[in-house]
Design a protein around this ligand. Structure first.
Ligand code: HEM
Length: 121
């Protein structure tokens, strides 16, 4: 079950179903020497976080085992965060787990190209 959760984490990191989130500043914000005026649209690029090599080693490789070693990561937020955090995240995780179990138990799997690891590109 722990590995199944790692596969789900990695799928959500790699798949980036929702790549960006939008917010609007409600007041002037001072950040790293910049002033962001009230009313500015802010795009949070979750996909860029998920594929950032400083946060995830070899980010373009689908590697569920990273989660066994890493546990959690503050750079992983496929369900958003804060007050607007996805309220369906747990049921979504459960649905994915049921779907994965069905796929694994009911089908035989083989790599199409044996020497070709799964990677983006
Ligand atoms: C893998 C599947 C899913 C992903 C990746 C996902 C992702 C997200 C993200 C990123 C947000 C935050 C949007 C924002 O901050 O602007 C969100 C919000 C939300 N999600 Fe999901 N979601 C998933 C499945 C579900 C499911 C299954 C449900 C309902 C059963 C659901 C219901 C909602 C609702 C109602 C919100 C709005 C929460 C609010 O604004 O207070 N989501 N989701």
């Amino acid at each position: 079950m722990e590995f199944c959760q790692s596969v789900i984490n990695e799928t959500l990191r790699f798949g980036n179903i929702i790549p960006v989130l939008w917010r609007k500043t409600l007041s002037d914000v001072y950040f790293k020497g910049y002033t962001i005026p009230q009313g500015t649209a802010i795009m949070t690029h979750i996909a860029a976080m998920h594929l950032d090599p400083s946060a995830f080693e070899n980010p373009n490789n689908f590697y569920p085992w990273r989660w066994l070693a890493m546990g959690k990561s503050n750079n992983w937020m496929p369900f958003g965060g804060g007050v607007r955090h996805c309220c369906g995240s747990e049921i979504a995780r459960m649905e994915i787990a049921v779907f994965l179990r069905y796929l694994v138990l009911n089908y035989d799997w083989e790599l199409v190209e044996h020497d070709h690891p799964v990677a983006l590109q």
